[in-house]
Design a protein around this ligand. Sequence first.
Ligand SMILES: *Cc1c(COP(=O)(O)O)cnc(C)c1O
Length: 321
Amino acid sequence: MSPLTLADVYRARQRLAGRVALTPLVPSPSLSERVGAPVHLKLETVQPTGSFKLRGATNAIAQLAEQGVTRVVTASTGNHGRALAWAARSLGIEAAVCMSSLVPRNKVDAVAALGARVVISGKSQDEAQLAAQRLVRDEGYAFVPPFDDLRVIAGQATIGLEILEALPDAATLVVPLSGGGLFGGVAFAAKQIRPSIATVGVSMVRGAAMHASLAAGRPVDVEERETLADSLGGGIGLENRHTFALARLLADDVVLLDEASIARGIAHAYREERLVVEGAGAVGMSALLDERIACAGGPIVIVVSGANIDMAVHRRIVTEN
Ligand SMILES: *Cc1c(COP(=O)(O)O)cnc(C)c1O
C-alpha cells in the first residue's frame, strides 16, 4: 500500500544514531490519575533543536550528503528550518532557510544563530516556498521539504520505534498533526509493529489543513491564521504526495482544539509536568485534559513534539491559566 517500509525506518534510525537524542518516555502521574489509564509522554522537547524535526531533517540530509550534495534549502515555519540548519552543520554542508514574515522572532533568530542563511519572503508559507524554489533553480541547492518527503517521514517514524520498544503494550498514540510527516511516520511505524494500536491526530481549529483535506477527500487549502500552536500552521500542499494518503489510511481519529484548550495544555505541562512546551507540543495533553481522547483501556502515549515557545508568551499563558 504505502511506498514507505519498516526497513526504511530502521535504516533511518541507523543514520540518526549519535546525531539525535533518544528521547525519554516518561509517565505522567497527574494525567494518568485524571483519565484512569497509564499516560506516558514522549519528550521530543529535549532534542538539541527543541523539536522532533531534527529526526526527519537528519535522515534526509545524511542521504543527500552521501550523494554528494553540498547545499540544502527549505521553507519553514521555524522548527524544520532550525533542524535543517543543525543537521546540515553537523554533516558539514551549507543550509539556507526561507520563511514568511509571520514566523515568530525567536524562531528566526534561532535559525540564524545556527549559521544558516535566512531568507524572509512574503506573508505565507506558500510565498516562502517560492523563494526556496528560486534557490534550487538559480543556486544549486537541494530542497528538503518539512513533511511531504519519504526520507523526512521515515526519520519522524523512528519516534514510533522508540515508543513501542519502551512500551510494547501501548494502546493509544496521540500525535500533533499539521502537514502529517510526524503523524504519518509515527502511526505507520507503530501500526506496522502493533496493528491494534489506536492513533489520534491533534490539530487546532484555526487552520486545520489536514482535517479539512480528510473531510474533503482530497488536499484542500485553508486560511492561515494566527494560533498558539504556530508550528501546526500552513497547508498540506495541493500536490501532496505522501502524508495525506498516510493520514487517511492511519488516523483513527482527528481532534481539533480551540486556543483556550491549547493554552491549558501549555499551563498543565509547566505546572504538573515541569515542562516548557510550545503550543503545538502541548496539544496532546490539551486533548486529554479536555476528555477528547477515547480510552482504549491500555497505556496512552502522547508525543510532546516541541519546546520552542517565545518565553514572554509562555509567561503570560502560565500566569493566566
Ligand atoms: C512541525 C511540527 C509539528 C507538526 O508536524 P507535521 O509533520 O507538519 O505534521 C508538530 N509539533 C511541532 C513542535 C512541530 O514543529
